[in-house]
Design a protein around this ligand. Structure first.
Ligand SMILES: *Cc1c(COP(=O)(O)O)cnc(C)c1O
Length: 397
């Protein structure tokens, strides 16, 4: 097979073989509906209970506070809509940020049509929301604050503990979309003080289409999926037993290897960032400069004079899978809302490249990227009028 370097781990990850192995019997022999009375279903009930314990342990929660979902988007929708509908008598105001995942932003837009008011707080040039601005935005009508843990495009790790403290003081629920954080950085719900947290299996080497929600005891939340009595009556639908088992195993693996993997990926990330900055003239790093406030797997850069889609096709030819904040790649006309929110001009956002490292990446992959990417950018820039204009303006041509 031709060379393949997968550097798009924030889009999704492969399922680890150990995870798949745990899942397989639940498709074939151990297929009983967990709600059935016979002994065969004891096996699936037990497996789900084990997975719930694995998730709870990984984030320092009580297993009773863990609810399985069908992924990150469901958790995000559940948090916003569930809190909105259950707490309407208290108020109709929700606060979030401009750089959330669309699962939050579009759920917010939907709730606005339903009569709720949503504040989308701006962020600074590295993607951080101001805790003071957030505090000031809370009114007596505010029922929920939702701020993501780690941004999926630029890797910004938000001040979650400080935000949780403010929300607690003000008596407002706090949800965090931790889809990019769980399995990547330490997450302890007791220490952080969050009320709700969403995660997705396929972002930490588990299967796709399964996720989990932490909902602290006592939180008043409406169901998103109505039906049977599964998940203590909070989330209907026959349990995705293989998926749940896989998520449990994946989170256990990720947590047990967390410290080493953070150290390893941070080293690779920093080598990649430094190398690209040195080899490519006028490269711009998007997101936090302080590596400790950035997801260990994330590199996001802009190269003026290069079109993101073209760059991705060239990289694909070279066997590198990556992503861009440019417009067409995201299936919309506008470039990334995250890059625009941190103040990137359109042409800078269009020339952006996101490389997200993961368990499959080695130092060899980073070396290959460092050999390949600068040459591709040089070639594309030589054909770009925008690049020549840029050089002329700077008096470099
Ligand atoms: C991937 C992602 C989601 C959506 O998760 P799905 O499992 O694809 O529904 C939500 N939030 C963030 C930050 C993500 O990266």
């Amino acid at each position: 097979m031709a060379k393949l370097v997968y550097m798009d781990n924030s889009a999704t990850t492969f399922t680890k073989p150990e995870v798949l192995e745990e899942m397989l019997p639940y498709f074939t022999q151990k297929f009983g509906n967990p709600s059935s009375m016979y002994r065969m279903s004891d096996l699936t009930r037990k497996a789900i209970a084990t997975a719930r314990e694995q998730v709870a342990k990984a984030i320092n929660a009580d297993p009773k506070e863990i609810f399985f979902t069908a992924g990150g988007s469901e958790g995000d929708n559940w948090a916003l809509k569930g809190i909105a509908y259950a707490n309407r008598s208290k108020g109709n105001h929700i606060i979030t940020t401009e750089i959330e995942h669309h699962a939050i932003l579009h759920a917010g837009k939907f709730l606005e049509k339903e009569g709720f008011e949503v504040t989308y707080l701006p962020v600074d040039d590295e993607g951080f929301v101001s805790v003071d601005a957030l505090k000031a935005a809370i009114t007596d009508k505010t029922i929920l604050v939702s701020v993501m843990f780690a941004n999926n495009e630029i890797g910004t790790i938000m001040p979650i503990k400080e935000i949780a403290k403010v929300c607690k003081e003000k008596g407002v629920y706090f949800h965090t979309d931790a889809v990019q954080a769980v399995g990547h950085v330490p997450v302890d719900v007791q220490d952080l003080g969050v009320d709700m947290l969403s995660m997705a299996g396929h972002k930490f080497y588990g299967p796709k289409g399964v996720g989990a929600m932490y909902i602290r005891k006592g939180v008043k939340i409406e169901n998103l999926i109505h039906g049977g009595a599964q998940e203590k009556g909070k989330r209907a639908s026959t349990e995705n037993t293989p998926g749940i088992v896989g998520l449990g195993k994946a989170i256990e693996l990720a947590t047990s290897e967390l410290e080493e993997e953070i150290a390893r990926l941070t080293k690779l990330r920093d080598k990649l960032t430094k190398g690209l900055m040195e080899k490519i003239p006028h490269a711009q790093l998007n997101g936090p400069k302080d590596g400790s406030k950035r997801n260990p797997n994330n590199v996001n850069m802009s190269f003026i004079g290069v079109e993101g889609e073209t760059l991705l096709l060239d990289l694909d030819d070279a066997g590198i899978c990556a992503s861009t904040g440019s417009a067409c790649a995201s299936g919309s006309l506008d470039p990334s809302h995250v890059l625009l929110a941190i103040g990137c001009k359109h042409e800078v956002a269009h020339g952006s490249l996101r490389l997200t490292l993961g368990a499959g990446n080695t130092e060899e992959d980073v070396d290959y990227a460092l050999e390949t990417i600068p040459a591709i950018i040089k070639r594309r820039r030589e054909m770009s009028p925008l690049w020549f204009d840029f050089l002329k303006q700077r008096g470099e041509k």
